[in-house]
Design a protein around this ligand. Structure first.
Ligand SMILES: Nc1nc2c(c(=O)[nH]1)N[C@H]1C(S)=C(S)[C@@H](COP(=O)(O)O)O[C@H]1N2
Ligand SMILES: [Mo]
Length: 368
């Protein structure tokens, strides 16, 4: 049972509903799971301390020397590997943008109650580890295997179900060259909150697939129907409806708020003149085709300059010169379109669990 909502939200100056009250439990989650600050997209690679985090239960305390990864299920050769065993195998480093599927949830009206992300449940890091397909080849996945299941050490209750955090990916996805079992983030061992000692990286997919604190990999011959797969990460119009599974990141962009902020409201104050607007855009399906900027809340749009992809899986930068010549109040927006033709909507993308809301970001600015 949730407590009575007691805290009126004051908004972040970006369209957050002022009339909706938040529950203390949402605040509690928000303080455990932090977002990338909106100035964070200045960095190509997000400094680890600024990378968003999402942890369903508790961060497990893991002793790296006694830890093992068990690979089993429908396989020819079962494996039980130490971290050293894994590190002696071939390694690969990939720059990957991760985003939580619930990013933008707290901007929804009505607001689904869960981790109340506004914007910024996103970050980009360099992940180093062993390509998953090498381990699958070594263990020899057996006949009839359709999915590979990943189990985290963390345990908790969710929707009344006691569980380890678990997710599966279809076999053909698991066999892709670029999935990693990563033990390094930005050149150093994973920090506890990011999955020490080992996590899965599934480039292009939303965060829920990137299982942290991995302890087991299991080859399955039937669809995994655990909570995080069959219930939690679904697109549906009602909680009772199962809906479609959440997979690849939907197209999205962020704008770094210009000028200086007001402490409480985060309203921006900008000096009159030419203002260089910058931001990032990404999509799990394809590179970005274009980014547009609006200075009047989405009424009129102009093309921004989009930078080249720095890797197949990392966000792209964009910039736009805004001629802020007339004092007044403005609402800045940016919207990206990917090469698959998907474009961010002006209106919210509402689903019962608040997944994949990629509506355009809004930044209120006063030009002095
Ligand atoms: N074992 C485990 N893995 C997990 C989670 C978790 O709670 N437990 N959260 C997932 C979700 S929902 C997201 S968005 C990403 C966040 O990864 P990060 O905290 O490293 O940014 O981890 C995923 N992997
Ligand atoms: Mo997430």
């Amino acid at each position: 049972m949730l407590s009575e909502p007691i805290l009126p939200s004051v908004g972040d100056g970006s369209g957050f509903q002022r009339d909706q009250r938040i529950h203390v439990e949402e605040l509690q989650l928000a303080l455990r799971n932090k977002a990338l600050p909106l100035e964070g997209p200045h960095y190509d690679i997000t400094p680890t301390g600024l990378h968003y985090t999402l942890i369903h239960y508790d961060i497990p305390v893991v002793d790296g020397t006694s830890w093992r990864l068990d690979v089993g299920g429908q396989v020819r050769r079962q494996l039980s590997l130490t971290l050293e065993d894994l590190q002696q195998r071939p390694q690969q480093t990939l720059r990957v943008t991760l985003e939580c599927a619930g990013d933008g949830r707290a901007l929804l009206h009505p607001r689904p109650i869960s981790q109340p992300w506004l914007t910024g449940a996103v970050g980009t890091a360099e992940w180093t580890g062993i390509p998953l397909h090498l381990l699958l080849e070594e263990t020899e996945v057996g006949e009839g295997v359709t999915e590979i299941l990943f189990t985290g050490l963390d345990r908790g209750m969710e929707g009344g179900v006691e569980q380890h955090y678990q997710r599966s990916v279809p076999l053909d996805v698991a066999q892709h060259d670029d999935l990693l079992l990563a033990w390094r983030m930005n050149g150093v061992p994973l920090e506890p909150q990011h999955g020490f000692p080992l996590r899965l990286i599934v480039p292009g997919w939303y965060g829920m697939a990137q299982v942290k604190w991995l302890c087991a990999i299991t080859a399955l011959t039937a669809p995994f129907d655990g909570y995080q797969q069959a219930v939690a990460y679904r697109y549906s119009k009602a909680r009772a409806e199962q809906g479609e599974p959440v997979t690849l990141m939907r197209v999205r962009s962020l704008l770094i708020p210009p000028g200086i902020p007001d402490f409480l409201t985060r309203m921006r104050v900008v000096e009159r003149g030419l203002v260089e607007l910058r931001g990032r855009a990404w999509s799990g399906r394809s590179p970005i085709a274009q980014v547009e900027v609006s200075c009047d809340g989405g009424g009129t749009w102009e093309r921004a300059e989009v930078g080249k992809p720095q890797s197949a899986y990392s966000w792209q930068n964009w910039h736009y010169r805004w001629e802020a010549l007339t004092p007044g109040t403005y609402e800045l927006c940016c919207r990206a379109q990917d090469r698959a033709g998907e474009m961010q909507p002006l209106d919210q993308y509402w689903t019962a669990r608040g997944m994949g809301n990629n509506a355009v970001q809004r930044v209120r600015v006063v030009v002095m």
